[in-house]
Ligand binder design. Structure first.
Ligand code: GLU
Length: 280
């Protein structure tokens, strides 16, 4: 049997904090327990918010925590061609459309998905003469997934959750892939968007076990749909609890005092931090 492949996929948009340490170590321990492979991916597609010093910070923090990875690290900023190919596949298959609406226009027409609580956006293709005119005028647009068309083609999907979602969801899950509406796949300012990059790279890195925070449980449904549309393999998902600080709020990049760097500078050892994290 082939070895399971885990990954840690931080975005270098700030210094890592205790929550990241928890996530990296949870995946690392599960990986070691199962004799797996551990991949590192730097999710630096957001050209505005990502900075090289934050990537250096990730590497230093992992080194300090004793987390090592197998093979070369993968940077999303170097993967443009693979994302373009995936996007083209979806557009050619008629599963994506150009959406010229501004953010405000999108917000104005949001509706609730059949089972969702949050209003989301379902758009429509423009007639081709209208699309040509807007392209000719140089109007900015986003490529969006036509989620209803996509679901009509593939039917209901499932994924296996070995951790827990926010409502205690565990075991085989029915994906609710339309919950986020017609997600953005790519846009001029951001290039390709998160969901598409993640599924393309999880497949490229042969990831078979996605271990990540519960805040991303909801993202899994649409990621499953993209995997099926792009004929990519299906990983098993494990969403872990989110660490909260003394104030009861989850750690966030804005909490400067809680960065791993600051913790190190206070003379705390990795062993002390690991004991405090109370890993599963
Ligand atoms: N880059 C994402 C983050 O740092 C994680 C994406 C994922 O694990 O799928 O929150």
């Amino acid at each position: 049997m082939s070895r399971p492949v885990f990954r840690f996929a931080p975005s270098p948009t700030g210094w890592l904090h205790r929550g990241h340490a928890f996530s990296a170590l949870t995946a690392f321990r599960a990986c070691r327990r199962s004799g797996g492979v551990y991949r590192l991916r730097i999710e630096d597609i957001d050209r505005i918010r990502c900075r090289p010093e934050f990537e250096r910070g990730v590497l230093e923090d992992l080194d300090w925590l004793g987390v090592s990875w197998d093979g070369p690290l993968l940077r999303q900023s170097e993967r443009g061609a693979a994302y373009e190919a995936a996007l083209e596949r979806l557009t050619t298959a008629g599963l994506a459309y150009r959406c010229f609406r501004t953010r405000r226009e999108v917000a104005e027409v949001m509706t609730r998905a059949p089972h969702g609580d949050e209003p989301v956006f379902f758009g429509e293709r423009l007639p081709s003469h209208e699309e040509r005119r807007r392209l000719g005028d140089g109007d900015p647009f986003a490529w969006r997934l036509d989620v209803r068309e996509a679901l009509g083609r593939v039917g209901p999907l499932t994924f296996l959750e070995t951790g827990e979602g926010p409502e205690g969801e565990t075991g085989l899950q029915v994906a609710q892939s339309d919950l986020a509406g017609d997600i953005v796949l790519a846009r001029r300012d951001i290039g390709v968007a998160y969901h598409l990059a993640v599924v393309v790279d999880d497949a490229f890195q042969d990831v078979s076990r996605v271990v990540r925070g519960r805040d991303l449980f909801g993202a899994t449904s649409v990621q499953r749909l993209l995997q099926v549309l792009l004929e990519l393999p299906e990983p098993v998902y494990h969403h872990h609890r989110l660490l909260v600080g003394p104030d009861g709020k989850r750690y966030a990049k804005r909490d400067k005092a809680e960065t791993l760097q600051a913790i190190r500078e206070h003379g705390i050892t990795p062993e002390q931090l690991i004991a405090e994290l109370d890993l599963d």
